[in-house]
Design a protein around this ligand. Structure first.
Ligand SMILES: [Zn+2]
Ligand SMILES: [Zn+2]
Length: 365
């Protein structure tokens, strides 16, 4: 079928809106009419050529919408169902079968190769040339996307489907890190380093668990204001303040839990030094290849833990419906951090996200 999509023709170039041809769903595939797709940092990493990816390619991996057609063997959803699209895992490796699908041993080829496991891609341009798709098994910067049955998450009676796409990656990451890994208990405090979409979703999740002393750290004042609005008790402006000193003061000696979302080694170091003993820091920020961090070994011994977290340690079919329930309940206000743009304004949306003007752009085809 004819679709419109934002195409990356080559690295370091802006997105171009093009008419493409999308194949019909294969036996285990689902065609989704996209209501809106969140823009995530990983999409821009591909635009900037910082990750090996084949070009031309359609990215976009926080899609949500309505099922338009299903393949012959699909039983999970039917046309008309509202769905959120998440990452794809294989379902059969040791991580998948033990409920840790975000560490699936096949996660890289399944989400980043720009093609199906059999090497085909469902997208062609109007000259008939191959365009890579299946990015996170969706390539959802488009009017329609083809997903796998396994990475569509039904969200029946979704309150506002156009707001829900970021639940598939960024918001799953922040909220999942809190619910599945950090699990702050009664009286615990939490420091969040970097309060973009991921950090703010961690704050919303911690608030929903009743955590009262949440401390937000960032360099953008509008993000810090948003963090306070969403329930952080304190905001530290890293551009003007000694962060470690402020964290130790506001936590009365160190954080019980912390989340590092920036991927900057020096920030992870601060997060570790700012921990209580014992204390746990999770990190979700993607560091540059080869990045190393230096740590104080003697203080680590006193029960300090550092844990890397992918996609919030979450099984999308379990956590996403829960987050939708919290949203419906007013306890996970996704719409407080999103800004909607038409799909053809994607380059503007990317610019506004990079300058910190907006937190989570939503592209609406
Ligand atoms: Zn797997
Ligand atoms: Zn993402």
């Amino acid at each position: 079928m004819d679709i419109q999509a934002a195409v990356l023709r080559e690295p370091h170039k802006p997105f171009s809106i093009e008419a493409l041809d999308l194949e019909d769903p294969g036996p285990h595939e689902v065609r989704v009419k996209i209501a809106a797709t969140g823009l995530c940092h990983t999409d821009l990493v591909v635009r900037d050529g910082l990750m090996p990816a084949p070009y031309p390619i359609v990215v976009g991996h926080e899609g949500a919408g309505t099922v338009a057609a299903v393949g012959a063997h699909v039983t999970k959803v039917k046309p008309g169902d509202t769905v959120v699209l998440s990452y794809l895992s294989c379902g059969t490796c040791r991580c998948c079968v033990s409920g840790q699908s975000s560490y699936c041993v096949n996660i890289l080829p399944l989400n980043f190769s720009g093609q199906r496991p059999d090497g085909t891609t469902p997208l062609r341009d109007k000259t008939g040339a191959r365009v890579h798709g299946m990015f996170f098994s969706q390539s959802s910067f488009a009017t329609y996307a083809l997903a796998s049955e396994r990475n569509v998450v039904p969200v029946p009676d979704a309150p506002d489907i156009a707001q829900l796409g970021p639940l598939g990656c960024g918001l799953l990451t922040g909220a999942g890190a809190v619910f599945n890994v950090l699990k702050p208990g009664p009286g615990a405090n939490m420091v969040v380093y970097g309060v973009g979409g991921v950090g703010l979703s961690a704050i919303m999740a911690a608030r929903s668990l009743g955590v009262t002393n949440i401390i937000a750290v960032d360099r953008h004042s509008n993000r810090l204001e948003k963090a306070l609005e969403l329930g952080a008790a304190h905001a530290i402006d890293a551009s003007t303040t000694d962060v470690l000193e402020a964290v130790l003061k506001l936590t009365k000696g160190g954080a019980d839990t912390a989340l590092e979302t920036t991927g900057v080694p020096a920030v992870l170091r601060t997060a570790v030094d700012g921990l209580a003993m014992p204390g746990t820091v999770g990190f979700v920020g993607v560091a540059a290849p080869g990045a190393e961090v230096k740590l104080d070994m003697p203080s680590l011994m006193f029960g300090r833990r550092i844990i890397g977290i992918v996609e919030g340690d979450a099984v999308p079919d379990i956590l996403i419906p829960h987050l939708v329930d919290l949203y419906r309940d007013g306890r996970f206000p996704i719409d407080a951090i999103t800004t909607t743009y038409p799909l053809d304004a994607i380059n503007q949306a990317a610019h506004d996200s990079e300058t910190g003007k907006v937190i989570k752009p939503l592209l609406q085809p």
